[in-house]
Design a binder for this molecule. Structure first.
Ligand SMILES: Nc1ncnc2c1ncn2[C@@H]1O[C@H](COP(=O)(O)OP(=O)(O)O)[C@@H](O)[C@H]1O
Ligand SMILES: [Mg+2]
Length: 352
């Protein structure tokens, strides 16, 4: 656990970047610091591994004040990932990842084997290991940055806007990858971002900071969205707070229709303008419109009862039918959520 105990940072020019910050980042969880530019996120993060020292107050790592630990020792247990990955341009990818193991004096073969294992872990082809950073895409470089931070298996990971410089599609896959990794690794992660969507997606707990380095609210994402502490937090969450909140509404109660499917190859139709073609083994194949029975239109699925209403809405938006296809864990169709059913469920969610 990382504890901030009344931490203040005043820079020599008098700027108070962080002001009396007290919070805990629990072991094995992702704590996100989010807030507008200049609110003290980077300063807060860097005080944990003593790249910056606090002016007042204490930061404790499992109860031990970091001020009492010499920086090299401290950083051995703390991985650090930054925007643009910060890779050494003149070193091959494998050697970039092995940086800390080399520093720790590992045997070169062991360090490289560890690096190769990590590259695979973060979803990179082993063929990339011999390349130099400039020969990789931005997204691939970020993955290398994450692999490098994990190389010595530190219990703590600090991430400062690691995905902010890549395009939205790559960003989404990097976020998904981090969540997948975290489910295996259970690191204590402090993640800094200015993007509230990213904060809500990744955070077990989210600390919203305001300029001046003061904590506006610390809460799990669901509570943040349903009970913003004040106008600042409400405004920062934005107007589509209602839609974001749907991530936490289950599809278990969503009404599904089973009379809108036809089996592949059997033709025929339904009483409705759209029919969902389903393969013999139960997988969705595509939508057909009454008017154009020979054209398969795209469909979107959600796992009924497991995925959120947000996923169901996204699934509906993927298809011109406006319906979302409910499937089970094996991808077999269990029924169709029509626009009416979605509206009904959304109205209920709004009431609740
Ligand atoms: N070395 C420094 N000297 C003086 N002021 C600084 C220094 N570093 C950051 N600041 C100021 O401290 C405040 C917080 O900065 P920072 O922690 O980088 O914010 P964030 O990461 O949230 O954008 C800003 O007003 C910034 O200008
Ligand atoms: Mg910053």
């Amino acid at each position: 656990m990382i504890t901030f105990d009344a931490v203040t940072k005043r820079y020599p020019d008098g700027t108070v970047a962080v002001d009396g910050l007290s919070l805990e980042a629990p072991t094995g969880e992702i704590t996100v610091f989010v807030g507008p530019s200049g609110c003290g996120k980077t300063t807060s993060l860097r005080m944990i591994n003593r790249m910056i020292d606090a002016t007042e107050g204490q930061i404790l790592l499992d109860g031990v004040p970091v001020q009492g630990i010499d920086p090299p020792t401290l950083r051995r247990g703390i991985g650090y990932v930054i925007q643009q990955a910060g890779l050494f341009p003149h070193r091959r990818i494998v050697d970039n990842v092995a940086t800390v193991p080399y520093l720790l004096g590992w045997d070169r073969r062991k360090a490289r084997a560890r690096a190769m294992e990590l590259l695979e872990r973060v979803g990179l082809d082993s063929a990339l290991a011999r390349r130099y950073p400039f020969q990789l895409s931005g997204g691939q470089q970020q993955r290398v940055g994450v692999a490098r931070a994990l190389a010595a298996d530190p219990p703590v990971l600090l991430m400062d806007e690691p995905f902010s410089a890549v395009d939205p599609v790559v960003r989404t896959s990097l976020q998904d990858e981090l969540l997948r990794l975290q489910a295996e690794l259970n690191k204590t992660i402090v993640f800094v971002t200015h993007d509230i969507d990213e904060a809500i997606k990744l955070g077990d707990r989210v600390a919203v900071l305001r300029v001046g380095g003061r904590l506006a609210q610390l809460a799990d994402p669901k509570t943040l969205l349903s009970d913003p502490a004040d106008d600042f937090v409400r405004e920062f969450l934005g107007r589509d707070r209602g839609i974001r909140r749907l991530q936490f509404v289950s599809t278990a109660g969503l009404r599904l229709r089973t009379d809108l499917t036809v089996e592949e190859g059997f033709g025929g139709g339904t009483a409705e303008p759209w029919a969902l073609v389903v393969s013999a083994d139960g997988a969705p194949v595509g939508w057909v419109a009454d008017a154009r029975p020979d054209v398969l239109e795209p469909f979107g699925t959600f796992v009924h009862g497991r995925d959120s209403m947000r996923s169901a809405l996204d699934a509906a938006l993927l298809s011109p039918s406006g319906c979302a296809v409910g499937v089970d864990e094996n991808g077999k169709v269990v029924g169709v959520a029509t626009r009416e059913a979605l509206d009904e469920a959304l109205a209920e969610a709004a009431d609740g």
